[in-house]
Design a protein. Sequence first.
Length: 231
Amino acid sequence: YSYNFESLNIFPFESFFKNKDSKYLKWLKEFNFNPLPNSLIFSGNFNRTLYKQKFREINYSGIISNSQIPIPEFTQAKFMFDWLMSISHNVSRSLVINYNASNSSLVPSFSKEMDINERNRMELFDNFFNVGQSNFFNQNLTASYNLPISYFPFLDFIDANYSYSGNFNWQRGSEALSQVVSDDGIPLGIVNTIQNNNTKTLTTAFSFSKLYSALGLKSNSNTPFNRRVQA
C-alpha cells in the first residue's frame, strides 16, 4: 500500500503580519506547518515453503510387510511473514522527518509444543494470517531542520542546518543456546541482541557578500575579502 498526500502548508501568522513590513518579524511571518505526511508506504510479504517427501517402501520376499518398520514421511516447512513501513513528513518547509521500520517474523509451524500428528496435517495455507514471532526488527529515524537564523536582519548572512539520524536494531536469540546454564545453575534462556546508534550534525554556511553589504562595504575582486588563499 502506498499513498502520497498533497502538501498543505499553513502560515498561521501570515495574514496577521500581512501589512507589517518589519524585517524583525519576518521569521514569525514565515512560520508554517504541514499537518499531513508526504507519503505513507506499507508492505507485507508472506513467504511460505512446504516440502514433503515420501520414500517408496520395498518388501523383501519372505518378510511380512507388517513386520517392517515403516519409513516416515519427511516434512520441511518454512513459514515467514515480513513487513515494511515508511513515513515521510515535511512538518514545515524547514523541518523534514523520515521514519522507516522493517520486521521479519517466523511462524512456529513446527514448534516443540505442537503434537506430531498435528504437524503432519499442516498444509501450506493453514493459519495463513498468523504473523508468528518477531525474529528481526529494525527502525531508522532521520530529521533535518533549517534553523531560521537567516530571517533575522543582523544574521541573514548565516545559513544553518541541523540533522539527526538514529537507528535501533533488535534480533531474537537462538533457541539452541536457551539451555545454557550460568555458574549459579540458572538457565540463561533466549538471549536477544539489541543495538542502537545516533548521529547529530550541525552545518553552517556564511555569505560574506551579504555581510559586506550589511556593513556598507563594497565587494569586488580587488578587495582583500575576496582574495583566495591557498595552503
